[in-house]
Design a protein around this ligand. Structure first.
Ligand code: UDP
Length: 330
């Protein structure tokens, strides 16, 4: 009953792998180590270094290790980068997901969990945004994930194949036991960047856009602790194993914080008063996006456990403080 975790050496994937192993599951990771790290893979998981689009490799992993479920994290995740390199994003996120799905269908793997994103909604007309809101991605990143959701739905209609697509809001924080965290160099995500500024790893933080139609003029996001997010995946896996239907769920707390509120939280937990500079808007950023989260609470019984912005910021900071020794060890 092995679970294949693509992208399992990366930020969210490595938290997932730890949770699966803690729950007694057998895990194989497929990761090309482009943004993941070998050190992030526990010795009790099998690591295959390779590409998610490599169907021959996928078939051999499934055959040799008896894979019964796939959790698919591997992909590119930076909104502005996707604006600059759309075709790269469609290739990496959409084309390779299609290849993986095809092998799953061909080899009778019925259970598939997909990392989707709140970016499929674009700039929603109403927040909190529910799963049945209009889908209007504003970036190639969001479109690349939506295209994969469409393929999943069609494949599930045509074949013996069920999936759960989890639409992540803003994932942040680190393993409360300090075993893994966000380690990618040249980070762009707000909490990570703020933690780097707090520790003097960068001279200041820039606020991208202060003229949005929000209370303080900066963008509003729903930040979810990575550990609560992987707990949502565990609930999704149970749902599929129990024979549950294909479903799509938002993963967020239904609480929005502005960029300035997040920076304040990082300042509070770090005690560092780093410089904050106003900067122009960033391409592809919606003004405000907050999850309606009742569907996952009702259908999967998921409940947040680490839903305080300070907790997320403090654990991200703790990781940022202790991670450097790993930095060059991939
Ligand atoms: N942001 C910012 N400065 C930074 C990084 C991010 O002002 O150095 C803003 C960004 O414009 C967005 C919010 O913080 O409004 C969250 O961005 P992030 O890249 O963390 O996640 P995204 O919402 O793009 O997935």
């Amino acid at each position: 009953m092995t679970v294949l975790v693509t992208g399992g050496a990366g930020y969210i994937g490595s938290h997932m792998v730890l949770k699966l192993l803690d729950s007694g599951e057998s895990v194989v990771i497929l990761d090309n180590l482009s943004t993941g790290f070998r050190w992030a893979v526990p010795t009790s998981a099998t690591l295959v270094v390779g590409d998610v689009g490599d169907q021959e490799l996928l078939r051999s992993i499934v055959r040799k290790l008896g894979v019964k479920a796939i959790i698919h994290f591997a992909g590119s995740i930076v909104v502005p980068e996707s604006v600059a390199d759309p075709l790269g994003y469609y290739h990496n996120n959409t084309v390779k997901s299609r290849a993986l799905m095809e092998v799953a269908v061909e080899m009778g793997i019925e259970q598939f969990i997909f990392s989707s994103t709140a970016a499929v909604y674009g700039n929603p007309s109403e927040v909190p945004v529910s799963e049945d809101a209009e889908l209007k991605p504003m970036s190639p990143y969001g479109s690349s994930k939506l295209m994969t959701e469409i393929m999943l739905a069609d494949a599930a209609r045509a074949h013996n194949f069920r999936y759960v697509a989890l639409r992540y809001f803003n994932v942040a924080g680190a393993d409360p036991q300090g075993r893994t965290g966000q380690s990618t160099p040249n980070a762009t995500h707000l909490i990570k960047v703020a933690c780097e500024a707090a520790l003097g790893k960068r001279p200041c933080i820039e606020v991208f856009g202060t003229d949005y139609p929000t209370e303080d003029g900066t963008c509003i996001r729903d930040y979810i602790h990575v550990t609560d997010l992987v707990r949502a995946h565990m609930a999704a896996l149970r749902h599929l194993r129990d024979g549950g239907d294909s479903e799509i769920f938002n993963c967020g707390y239904s609480k929005g914080f502005s960029v300035l509120q997040v920076i304040d939280a990082v300042k509070r937990v770090s005690g560092a008063d780093f410089e904050v500079r106003n900067a122009p808007r960033r391409a592809g950023d919606p003004a405000a996006i907050v999850a309606a989260s009742d569907k996952i609470r009702v259908r999967l019984g998921w409940r947040p456990e680490l839903d305080k912005l300070e907790t997320i910021a403090a654990q991200a900071l703790a990781w940022e403080t202790h991670m450097p020794q790993f930095k060059h060890a991939s």
